[in-house]
Design a protein around this ligand. Structure first.
Ligand SMILES: Cc1cc2nc3c(=O)[nH]c(=O)nc-3n(C[C@H](O)[C@H](O)[C@H](O)COP(=O)(O)OP(=O)(O)OC[C@H]3O[C@@H](n4cnc5c(N)ncnc54)[C@H](O)[C@@H]3O)c2cc1C
Length: 381
């Protein structure tokens, strides 16, 4: 059983501990799932997580709107990631894909949330383009006004849930101003004419991912989320809520790697004694435990700060994401090393963690970008 003493830290309330307990029980009974068909696995995960009520925290309740509870999101992602990376992915995308609707949607648009919060619809967040990843403000896809409609034209890539989503939250250039101030957000149901799944993308840790083409797609102006030109601000507000949850997922992977390592070094006999008796092994275990606790402190500090009413947590979330993902990579690498040959054997849990963790240092703002954000925030620039 993973160390869950962090739940008694003052960041949490009783409802968080109860949530962690319920989700832990659900995970033990339902995870991991079979990953051979990731589309089918994700659809099923969204459905079953929804039926069990665990997707409710991913979006606001339109009939009783309260701010998203970032601590619940983080506890959920940490717990799910510890059991199954695909389950964490399925959960996370329900929040990221609908974040703009939760924060800025009209009551009509928010009707989608009844479906996504109960696992009856899958969502996607559509920002990245082939020529604008980290450089979001440079996006090229256009949304051109045509009478009462907008015509969307262009290409997006690396879209999680691309191909299986029921609704896409799409960012495109409406041109009110150059750069970041000329982008708007749109709600696009998957069956809208002009949406093409141009290519499915495979990665070292398979998830549903796609490159999308928007071929002169006509949308009513009512599909816009927020106001014209607010898209960049909307995207950043969504990432401000969800960025620390990426750190939480990394923390879940790291905690699992530490647990597996503790079991391994106490069982494995080398030189007539358990592997753990070697002091250099103890040094590695100590560094892993330290990384896990320090990451947890940063992740839950960011979540608590947001939940306590801070308008923005740009610095805290960047620190949590950068540190937790980078240190999880190191923790998992040590776990692989201490497992010897088994650590790189296809299908072994630490081998899959080694693959799962890598993309977290790239998406939702690469580690280098987080450093720039932290430096600027620290300078007050
Ligand atoms: C598994 C996965 C899932 C994804 N899911 C989604 C999704 O659902 N929706 C979506 O819109 N996008 C998604 N993405 C895209 C992701 O957000 C981008 O890959 C990311 O923003 C980086 O963009 P890029 O790949 O174009 O790399 P680039 O922007 O070309 O950057 C390459 C590298 O350059 C370095 N770099 C960049 N900027 C700086 C800087 N300012 N200072 C120093 N170094 C820098 C970093 O090391 C960076 O990794 C996903 C990506 C992956 C891998």
């Amino acid at each position: 059983m993973a160390d869950r003493s962090f739940l008694s830290w003052p960041f949490f309330e009783e409802r968080h501990r109860e949530h962690a307990e319920r989700l832990e029980e659900w995970c033990a009974a339902n995870l991991p799932v079979d990953h051979h068909d990731v589309d089918a696995a994700c659809r099923k995960l969204v459905e079953t997580l929804g039926e069990a009520g665990f997707l409710l925290p991913t979006a606001i309740d339109p009939s009783n709107p309260q701010p998203l509870d970032v601590r619940t999101l983080c506890i959920s992602r940490e717990t799910l990631a510890r059991h199954d990376g695909l389950a964490d992915f399925a959960f996370a995308m329900q929040g990221l894909g609908t974040g703009a609707i939760s924060l800025f949607g009209t009551p009509e648009q928010q009707r989608w949330l009844e479906k996504t919060r109960t696992g009856k619809a899958i969502s996607a967040f559509v920002l990245t383009e082939p020529r604008s990843g980290s450089d979001v403000a440079n996006m090229e896809m256009t949304a051109t006004r045509d009478g009462g409609d907008y015509i969307l034209s262009g290409e997006k890539t690396w879209i999680s849930n691309g191909g299986i989503a029921d609704l896409y939250c799409v960012f495109a250039r409406t041109g009110e101003a150059p750069g970041a101030k000329g982008i708007s957000a749109f709600l696009v149901p998957a069956d809208t004419l002009g949406l093409k799944i141009a290519e499915r993308l495979e990665t070292i840790a398979p998830h549903p991912l796609a490159r999308l083409v928007f071929d002169d797609m006509r949308l009513p102006a009512s599909a816009m989320i927020g106001k014209p030109g607010e898209g960049f601000k909307i995207a950043m507000s969504v990432l401000d809520v969800f960025r620390s949850t990426v750190g939480a997922a990394a923390l879940g992977f790291a905690r699992r790697a530490l647990d597996e390592t503790l079991a391994r070094v106490s069982q494995r006999q080398l030189f007539g004694a358990p592997l753990f008796d070697l002091q250099m092994v103890q040094g590695n275990v100590a560094e892993m435990a330290l990384d896990v606790d320090a990451a947890a402190l940063l992740v839950y500090r960011a979540a608590w700060t947001k939940d306590s009413g801070a308008a923005r947590v740009t610095r805290e979330a960047a620190m949590a994401k950068l540190y937790a993902t980078d240190r999880a990579q190191s923790v998992i690498d040590k776990a692989v090393q201490l497992h010897g040959g088994d650590g790189v054997k296809k299908g072994h849990i630490v081998e899959s963690l080694y693959r799962e963790i890598r993309a977290l240092r790239i998406y939702e703002g690469a580690s280098d970008v987080q450093k720039v954000v932290i430096a600027r925030q620290t300078m007050g620039a």
